[in-house]
Design a binder for this molecule. Structure first.
Ligand code: CU
Length: 155
């Protein structure tokens, strides 16, 4: 019982000591965001290209449902799993972005497969991708487009 009383005292102190300068707590109103977007074009025209980006969680868990972009017929969220020397892709129906979490889509891991990409999308251009989250939240990112053999861009 003694430890409980101590904990309660600590809680009261915390409340009393809350935002002495009148600032909003750091954790409040953090919105989810996306950055470091890039696309690696397929080596073979007509084959799917892959898109990557980094998601930063806001104050609540949200889930990425889908991605769209102009000049892209359709997009699917994939995970890569290695099985020995082979790797295979599985389709994900969503990516959970935990509160204050960090989720990175990268080669060898999760990525967005872009199908029916316009030939106008060439290395050196940017692709504005729209990320659609469950519940209607939308984020956009301008992804750097690189050719199949180019090194991964550094941010
Ligand atoms: Cu894929």
């Amino acid at each position: 019982m003694k430890s409980l009383r101590l904990a309660m005292a600590a809680a009261v102190l915390l409340i009393a000591g809350c935002h002495p300068s009148g600032q909003t707590p750091q954790a409040a109103n953090n919105k989810p965001s996306v950055d470091h977007g890039w696309v690696r074009l397929s080596a073979v025209p007509g084959q799917p290209s892959a898109a990557y980006f980094t998601l930063h969680g806001g104050d609540t868990l949200i889930a990425l449902d889908s991605v769209s972009a102009p000049g892209v017929g359709s997009a699917m969220i994939h995970a890569t799993q290695s099985k020995g020397a082979m790797s295979e892709m599985t389709m994900l129906d969503k990516i959970d972005l935990p509160a204050h979490g960090l989720v990175t889509l990268a080669p060898g891991g999760m990525h967005v497969m872009l199908m029916d990409v316009t030939p106008a999308l060439t290395s050196g251009t940017t692709l504005r991708m729209t990320l659609h989250f469950h519940g209607g939240e939308v984020l956009t990112t301008d992804a750097k487009v690189i050719a199949a053999g180019d090194p991964e861009p550094k941010f």
